[in-house]
Design a protein around this ligand. Structure first.
Ligand code: NI
Length: 172
């Protein structure tokens, strides 16, 4: 199991480096990230969140234990974004804090899977929101960056002051 880096760690703000070769180490990292994501529990986890500044993440927006379908996403690109939607999000690196953020409703994406095979997909709604959230992590962007200036200021003040209060707050 891997430790999940918590806000405001610097690695969460650093643009990640492309994966140049899918080695055994990368495959092992992907497996550990999947285990860590399910244990958290979460629906996505990006490499910078486990202190690896690499352009890869894992996701499973289905999230049901009996039909897990984890995807390993390496060097992703969002080719096209269509439509607008609002997504209520949280982040394993900002436990206990949730907010509605704007996302594209549908995205067309390309990436490499855990075996280095090129994959092309069109995602809509929740899977698309998860993909966009994790993709942002690779560029050092967090979902709280989409808050209004005022709400972002309140977030920084309140969350920074007492993260434990948020961590154990119920969702609503
Ligand atoms: Ni996140």
């Amino acid at each position: 199991m891997l430790d999940i880096v918590q806000y405001p760690a610097e690695v969460l703000r650093r643009p990640a480096e492309p994966v140049t070769e899918i080695t055994g180490e990368i495959a092992a990292l992907a497996r550990s990230m999947i285990e860590t994501m399910y244990a958290a529990p979460g629906v996505g986890l990006a490499a910078p969140q486990v202190n690896q500044s690499l352009r890869m993440f894992v996701m499973d927006p289905g999230g049901e234990e009996d039909k897990r379908q984890p995807a390993v996403v390496i060097n992703p690109r969002i080719i096209e974004s269509v439509g607008e939607a609002t997504s209520e999000e949280g982040c394993l690196s900002i436990p206990g804090y949730y907010a509605e953020v704007p996302r594209a409703k549908t995205i067309h994406v390309q990436f490499l899977d855990a075996h280095g095979n090129p994959v092309e997909r069109t995602l809509s709604d929740f899977p698309a929101f998860v993909f966009q959230h994790e993709f942002d992590h690779l560029d050092g962007i967090l979902f709280v960056d989409y808050l209004s200036r005022t709400r972002h200021r309140l977030f920084e003040r309140d969350y920074g002051r007492d993260p434990w209060r948020w961590k154990f707050r119920s969702r609503r």
